[in-house]
Design a protein around this ligand. Structure first.
Ligand SMILES: Cc1ncc(COP(=O)(O)O)c(C=O)c1O
Length: 369
């Protein structure tokens, strides 16, 4: 048996290699080409939106969407405290301020009640994050957004194919973004996607993504735009992955079942949630141990690593970072959960034998810390 198990590795087959070679051989190696068009069309179909727009990564997708909403200096955007830093940084790039809301103790996604408490006259948007593959409570969030006239940008970077009340994430707000980084459910190496049903938003995002060049007059620019495009080669990889996405999601769900079967009975341990209204895609298998503090958790992770099993800690609350300490609130749930949680090996090519081995090691190590 392979004695090192990473947290994540991509699943690449001959199909991906064939499509990439085809893109390279076609000569269309930059951001024009038929793989871009196909990938966008098929991704929109998959999510259930009218439009999908490729971007260079998930972070640029977030930034581009916020700029397209018109968010900038003096505005506030509410984001969950427990997320990858890119969610908050994209807000900061626009000149707006990320305001950190607490998370729900069960789903670890943004808590709608706390969004209400954080709204001010400057609030312009909410970014719910579908953390680790589980959807946020979108009905409650959309209702607040309607009440206060706010934009909703779904950060679905970690949740391709996850469902909220049988609808795919990325189709539930004004716009959604996805990441195709190498550890995501499907990958393009680096890459991202914006999804939306709003034609005007789509057209403007596309124009801003391409250096804001006038459609009528080439090399004439009336806004400050960006180059946030994906290449045709990346889209070829993305299309091949998208054609396998159902298989990859099913595998993620199977892996979670294996973990649940073995780890589920260990006292004090909790794995990923799945609310009755949700389909979790288990991007990362999560283990929360009520007995962990930062020191115990790190010791546990180190011992697992010594046996060849890689893990990673939960995200720190963003407001804990010195760069965001001015935006700090006492977000009780985020501050209590982060040090109790880790991500276990979660790749789609994990086998049951490996999961059993991971379980045995976990059980032994837990007894001794
Ligand atoms: C929640 C979340 N948002 C945004 C991003 C940014 O995506 P990328 O790494 O493609 O820029 C990531 C991912 O890596 C993420 O996990």
């Amino acid at each position: 048996m392979n004695k090192f198990i990473p947290v994540s590795e991509p699943s690449i087959t001959q199909k991906e290699i064939d499509y990439i070679l085809d893109a390279v051989n076609s000569g269309w190696v930059s951001s024009i080409g038929e793989y871009i068009e196909k990938f966008e069309r098929k991704f929109a179909e998959f999510v259930g939106t009218k439009y999908a727009l490729t971007t260079s990564n998930g972070t640029t997708g977030l930034h581009l969407a916020l700029v397209t909403f018109g968010i900038g200096d003096g505005d506030e955007v509410i984001v969950p405290d427990l997320t990858f830093i890119a969610t908050a940084n994209a807000v900061t790039y626009t000149g707006a301020k990320p305001v950190f809301a607490d998370v729900d103790p069960e789903t670890w996604c943004i808590d709608p009640e706390d969004i209400r408490r954080k709204i001010t006259s400057k609030t312009k948007a909410i970014i719910p994050v579908h953390l680790y593959g589980h959807p946020a409570d979108m009905d409650a969030i959309n209702e607040i957004a309607r009440e206060y006239g706010l934009f909703v940008l779904e950060d679905a970077a970690e949740a391709h194919g996850a469902e909220y009340k049988r609808k795919k994430v990325g189709s539930l707000g004004h716009a959604g973004i996805f990441s195709f980084y190498g550890n995501k459910i499907i990958t393009t190496g680096e890459g991202g996607m914006i999804t939306t049903n709003d034609e005007k938003f789509y057209e403007r995002a596309r124009y801003l993504r391409d250096q804001a060049m006038s459609k009528e007059k080439r090399y004439w620019h009336t806004d400050i735009g960006f180059n946030y495009r994906m290449t045709n080669i990346q889209a070829a990889l993305g299309l091949a992955q998208l054609e396998r996405i159902e298989e990859l999601i099913e595998k993620k769900r199977q892996i979670f079942k294996w973990y649940k079967e073995y780890l589920g009975d260990i006292e004090g341990i909790r794995l990923n949630p799945e609310k009755e209204w949700a389909k979790n895609v288990y991007w990362m298998i999560c283990l929360v141990n009520e007995k962990f503090d930062e020191e115990k958790r790190d010791k546990f992770m180190k011992k697992l690593k010594d046996t060849g099993i890689d893990t990673r800690p939960f995200f720190y609350p963003c407001s804990m970072m010195p760069i965001y300490s001015k935006n700090r609130f006492k977000n009780k749930v985020a501050y209590s959960i982060y040090e109790k949680g880790i991500n276990l090996p979660s790749s789609a090519n994990l086998t049951k034998e490996k999961v059993i081995w991971i379980y045995q090691e976990i059980k032994t190590i837990l007894k001794n810390i």
